[in-house]
Design a protein around this ligand. Sequence first.
Ligand SMILES: NC(=O)c1ccc[n+]([C@@H]2O[C@H](COP(=O)([O-])OP(=O)(O)OC[C@H]3O[C@@H](n4cnc5c(N)ncnc54)[C@H](O)[C@@H]3O)[C@@H](O)[C@H]2O)c1
Ligand SMILES: O=C(O)[C@H](O)CO
Length: 386
Amino acid sequence: MAKPVQIEVWNPNGKYRVVSTKSMPGTRWINLLIQQDCRLEICTEKKTILSVDDILALIGDRCDGVIGQLTEDWGETLFSALSKAGGKAFSNMAVGYNNVDVEAANKYGVAVGNTPGVLTETTAELAASLSLAAARRIVEADEFMRAGKYEGWLPHLFVGNLLKGQTVGVIGAGRIGSAYARMMVEGFKMNLIYYDLYQSTRLEKFVTAYGQFLKANGEQPVTWKRASSMEEVLQEADVISLHPILDKTTYHLVNKERLALMKKEAILVNCSRGPVVDEVALVEHLRENPMFRVGLDVFEDEPYMKPGLADMKNAVVVPHIASASKWTREGMATLAALNVLGKIKGYPIWSNPNSVEPFLNENATPPAACPSIVNSKAIGLAVSKL
Ligand SMILES: NC(=O)c1ccc[n+]([C@@H]2O[C@H](COP(=O)([O-])OP(=O)(O)OC[C@H]3O[C@@H](n4cnc5c(N)ncnc54)[C@H](O)[C@@H]3O)[C@@H](O)[C@H]2O)c1
Ligand SMILES: O=C(O)[C@H](O)CO
């Protein structure tokens, strides 16, 4: 039997019981739920990753909706329990939902929400930060200073890579990949090569226009190319950033063979999901190629790193913080809460889940719609006319 878990209760007499498996930033999401007659229960357990049993205990015998986290395993067991408890809605507080078995949710008619759009720039900025940190060896240099090893300026001290005029490669040029590409092209005047299953005309137009602007100002224009294979990006780019979703097609997309195609002094950045890279192969590649560098926000077996990675001077590693700006995290909480609330209230789904700004305006009542439900078609939800 599932153990009881610690909770904090808001609006105890609310009609709808909504559970959040974690405390989330900001208070707007809490206020939106309690103003709409929800009794909100927030799990306050100290452990970071809740087990399926912990979540079963939270769902209990009556629950209208759950806001959950990307660290949780939302499959058959949880959706069946939620449906049995009368639940209609689940939302990840994340844009990625590879932790959710959507087919299982469909089977029980449970809506699955995610939080696109609000993370785009914040995540792209972290990918850009990791690119720079790796190119200019910032972490190594910081450790050196703190260890009291600096004895004065030297011509060879922490020499890294100049980005200007080099080629940035983006694999997965969706919302975040495109935002990152624009930052690197505009900020550092890099040429772009990208690979995606779909053409990104907006991105191509942006680079063309910026190239024309540079040329008109007497500067070297930037260029773009849509690669016909991922291998082409790996071979040509100097800095490569990974931004696809994680699914069967992207698992170990970067493996031993593909690492071998990359330039010896290339930089690889991963802010998508850990299993997109074969981390064991990566550690071996880093060991054998000391001029090759990586910037990693995500890991194959989070929260762990594969043996040897932590010892690599040519790796910059941070703990899955790409979306960690205050505005973004509060926005994610708001979108996740409104996905659950909207479904409970019987609202239709928002017509453009890539454009969620109306839900984020603190000074206005949010639209009567669910911002982003990934299985809306499968469970037959109507689209909002707003
Ligand atoms: N590290 C973090 O904190 C963090 C933050 C936000 C998002 N993410 C991850 O980033 C992912 C992307 O987010 P997004 O909002 O840009 O999503 P998105 O759907 O806008 O972009 C994903 C892109 O990947 C492409 N793609 C899918 N399969 C591919 C393949 N096999 N090869 C090449 N491209 C492929 C898609 O066509 C799409 O353009 C999320 O699913 C999530 O896993 C991580
Ligand atoms: O998918 C997401 O939204 C992220 O990984 C959370 O930061």
